[in-house]
Design a protein around this ligand. Structure first.
Ligand SMILES: Nc1ncnc2c1ncn2[C@@H]1O[C@H](COP(=O)(O)OP(=O)(O)O)[C@@H](O)[C@H]1O
Ligand SMILES: [Mg+2]
Length: 188
């Protein structure tokens, strides 16, 4: 069967990646709120939540992480195909997964790398993951004892250790507007 092309009505997949605590969930919601306020239909696909619902049987091996990313990218493409902006917030440590997601979406794929040093992420430790990893309580924590491959071709890099949440949100929205994926969105 031929691939279904994305419709002209410009929807897209915004794929936000980075280390734990880089700011993926925070910025996914901030961007979604702004797009929602501008009248767009938006669905967030957050890594943790998606794992619970879609991949409870999967672990954190390379193979399992890649398989999980495949599932999420498949859903993201379906949503985008119906004019919904799909915002994925997922660590996505492997370049193969990013490229597979890009190929799956086959069109408007915007990869955003939240580049934040591990020291800053560890300091933030929103969910206590790094603390538990330091005590040896969690195997395979990305950035600690599991790899995060440097993204090779993100559309946008946001240094969330240097920018505030509103500045990071504006940066992403400005990029989307530059690409004419959204109209110029007024600053909050
Ligand atoms: N520029 C920024 N962008 C996103 N989050 C930031 C930024 N600066 C500080 N933070 C803080 O970092 C934390 C990121 O947590 P979270 O969004 O849950 O990360 P992740 O989903 O990547 O694990 C939040 O407490 C957020 O307020
Ligand atoms: Mg998160």
């Amino acid at each position: 069967m031929p691939e279904t092309p994305l419709p002209e009505a410009p929807s897209f997949v915004l794929w936000i990646e980075g280390l734990p605590c880089a700011g993926k969930t925070t910025l996914a919601h901030a961007v979604a709120d702004r797009l929602g306020a501008a009248g767009r239909k938006v669905q967030i696909l957050d890594g943790d939540e998606m794992r619970r619902m879609f991949s409870p049987e999967l672990g954190f091996s390379r193979k399992d992480r890649e398989f999980h990313a495949r599932r999420v990218s498949y859903v993201a493409r379906m949503l985008a195909g119906h004019g919904i902006v799909a915002i994925v917030a997922m660590i996505t440590p492997y370049e193969t997964s990013r490229q597979a997601a890009r190929a799956e979406v086959a069109g408007r794929f915007v990869e955003v790398w939240l580049r934040c040093p591990i020291e800053v992420c560890r300091e933030r430790d929103v969910k206590g993951l790094y603390a538990r990893a330091a005590q040896g309580g969690v195997a395979r924590v990305t950035g600690v004892n599991d790899p995060f491959e440097e993204p090779l071709r993100p559309e946008l890099i946001v240094d969330t250790n240097r920018l505030s949440v509103p500045q990071s949100t504006d940066r992403i929205l400005r990029y989307l507007a530059e690409q004419r994926l959204v109209p110029a969105v007024p600053a909050a």
